[in-house]
Design a binder for this molecule. Structure first.
Ligand code: OAD
Length: 252
């Protein structure tokens, strides 16, 4: 690791340790080192598949079997994936400083790594919602392309995912905005910052006077500090630097 990156990690650790209320925003890049493809870029899912045909309410109305087949295929891959070094380091950082987590990821890997205080703004691939009674249930299997609600036994289930053209869950969004209002430091990790409203969160924090730190091998956000590298490379040394700074604060 070059000197200037080490210095920037140290500087970020100091800011985070002194922060009153920090928020991390993660995107698909966070799970890339767990073998889960991102959406954009050359290897991205949206290069091979059509978001319009697979991730919109209209697509589900037109061909729910096809949509379920695609989500089942992704769910099968995701259920075999494990959190990577970045997920584990982030969960440990949350044990040391007040760091809240907003994720656009639906893969549950932050929870698997032990992260607490997480808002999954785009839903969770292991959950399904009844179109009739609205009940949200866990659906771990990935072989059923016509699942029915286990509570009302009548309604069709759909993936509990926020699709293109849909609003985020209002309760989640309210919690997010409460966090952003209090946030003095935001860590933006592995997102192309192209999908709103999440793409606007870092500017909201900056407009309130907060500091934005980005972790990404191809930085995309407006950040005060850019840590150029993957989340699996950057978060473990950031954790170490946070531990060091926290210890020295406590001994002074
Ligand atoms: P994208 O695929 O748009 O962006 C992934 C980002 O991760 C890019 O900026 C990459 O440079 C970066 N990246 C790649 N590998 C990385 C690594 N190992 N460590 C850190 N960063 C890495 O994914 P999102 O920004 O999450 O929505 O996409 C936002 C939303 O668009 C998704 O939640 C999804 C998608 O359509 C829904 O499905 C509703």
């Amino acid at each position: 690791m070059d000197n200037s990156l080490e210095q920037k990690i140290e500087q970020s650790a100091q800011i985070l340790v002194n922060s009153r209320f920090a928020v991390a925003l993660s995107g698909a890049g966070m799970s890339a080192e767990s073998g889960i493809p991102t959406f954009r870029g050359n290897e991205g899912l949206w290069k091979e598949f059509s978001a319009k045909e697979l991730a919109t309410p209209e697509a589900f109305l037109k061909n729910s079997k096809l949509v379920w087949q695609w989500y089942n295929m992704r769910k099968e891959k995701i259920s075999k994936a494990k959190p990577n070094a970045g997920h584990y380091a982030l969960a440990k950082i949350q044990e040391i400083i007040p760091l809240h987590l907003i994720t656009q990821n639906v893969d549950n890997l932050h929870n698997d790594a032990g992260s607490k205080n997480t808002i999954e703004i785009h839903g969770n691939i292991f959950l399904a919602r009844c179109l009739q009674c609205g009940h949200v249930s866990e659906l771990k299997s990935y072989d059923n392309d016509e699942p029915l609600c286990p509570v009302c036994f009548e309604g069709k289930l759909r993936p509990h995912i926020v699709w293109f053209g849909e609003q985020l869950d209002q309760k989640n969004l309210q919690r997010v905005f409460t966090w952003l209002d209090s946030c003095d430091t935001m860590l933006v990790i592995g997102t192309s910052s192209q999908v709103y409203p999440a793409a606007g969160f870092a500017s909201d924090v900056q407009a309130n006077g907060g500091t934005v730190i980005e972790i990404n091998p191809q930085p995309a956000a407006q950040a005060h500090i850019t840590l150029n590298g993957t989340s699996g490379e950057i978060l473990p040394p950031l954790l170490k630097a946070i531990e060091r700074n926290k210890n020295s604060l406590e001994h002074n």
